[in-house]
Structure formats: C-alpha cells, structure tokens
Design a protein around this ligand. Sequence first.
Ligand code: ATP
Length: 228
Amino acid sequence: MIEISDVVKSYPLGEGEVVAVDHLSLTVEAGEFVAIVGRSGSGKTTLLNLLAGIDRPTSGIVRAAGADLGALSESGLAEWRGRNVGLVFQFFQLLPTLTVAENVMLPMDFAAKIPAVRRRDRALELLARVGIADQAGKLPAMLSGGQQQRAAIARALANDPPLLLADEPTGNLDSHTADAVLEVFADLNTEGRTIVVVTHERDIRSIVGREIVLADGRIITDDDVVTT
Ligand SMILES: Nc1ncnc2c1ncn2[C@@H]1O[C@H](COP(=O)(O)OP(=O)(O)OP(=O)(O)O)[C@@H](O)[C@H]1O
C-alpha cells in the first residue's frame, strides 16, 4: 500500500536547510494499522504529508495506493488523493457553512466516484457508521469536538479510500473522547482499511498493530505490536 524509498525532505533555513525527513525508507502492507510517534519536530507531519502527496520529496520515491506520486502532475495528484486517500486532521477542518451531511458529500462531488443519486444516502450511512446519524442536518459548530472528528472521519471515508491518513486526530479531544475516536479507527482497520496515524497518545500501542518512532527525520524503532 505504501513504499517509500530513501526519501529526503528538506526546507531552506537561512543559509542552510532543515532536514525534516532524512533518507527514510518504509513499507506498509495493505490492512496494517500503523502509528507514527516521536517528539515534536521529529518529522511526523512531514512524512504524512509526503504520503498524502501534499508535499513532494526533495529526493527519493514515494509510492502509495498504486501510484508513484513523483510521476503525477498537481492535478493528477489531487485526483489520486480524492479517490485513494482519506485525510483526518487535528482541528477537523469541516466547512462551517455546510451541514455535517453536506461536508461528508463534498469529496464525493470532487472525485465523481460515487454516483450523484447515491451521495446523500451514502453520507447518511457513513455518519451512522461513525455513530452520529442524528447530527446530519446540523452545522459543525453545533457539534462537540468528538462528534466533529467523527464527522471528519465520515468525510474521509466518502470515496471509500483504501488508505486513511490521520494527523493527531485526537490532539484536540479529552482522553475519554480520544479513546472513542481511536476505537472508530480500529473498527475501520478491522474492516480492512489501511491506516497510518500520527499521534502523541501514550497508550496507542493498545490500539495499533505497529508503532514507528521517528527522531530527527529517521526511523528509530519500528515494532510490530504484540497484543495479548
Ligand atoms: N514548511 C516548512 N518550512 C520549514 N521548515 C519546516 C516546514 N515544515 C516542517 N519544518 C521543519 O521540519 C521539521 C519536522 O517538522 P514536522 O512538522 O514534520 O514535525 P512533527 O514531528 O510533526 O512535529 P509536531 O509533533 O510538533 O507536529 C521541524 O524541524 C520543522 O521545523
């Protein structure tokens, strides 16, 4: 599902540069649930943005969900992302003037993967899937943080992407709500979706199948998590 080979991402800084991702190679198989952890500034978000095709590497190859991202144009990348990747962010990033259901339908309009007549029903099904069917007609501001993140997960699932990428999805939630949202991800993984989550959650090892620790843009440890 993901194959990264010798990827470097650096940013200019004054006379020199910051190396955010440093000769990193990584393979993730379909169906895995992977956590990327590490201190602030270790390169987690940069790595996730490379996987999503939001950023392009300075050097190296990123393959994800069947594509060599370096070979795609900007519009090709946007189309690939719309069909293959669901993105979830710390601050939800729902459009405030659209209802929850309309937010979930929006990616369907862009990717044209789901027939138009199916879109509203699919949005309602996805909202039911994440436990907030009763919030469909509300504006995002009327929802709790946990409900907004569930809505954002439903939106990420809009086009049935094989790959879900989440950047600190529980970073803005209290611990009880965070646990419930992580359970949603665990269920989605059980159904076969590949998930990569950047997180600071302490007990993430009780949820995921694999934990990768980054420091200074490199992989320090990469462990299969053994659940008992
Ligand atoms: N657009 C940018 N321009 C310049 N430097 C950047 C940019 N984005 C990231 N960096 C630098 O790259 C390094 C890695 O940043 P990144 O955001 O990937 O870390 P992170 O592990 O996600 O941190 P956090 O946990 O605080 O979100 C940092 O030193 C950061 O300052």
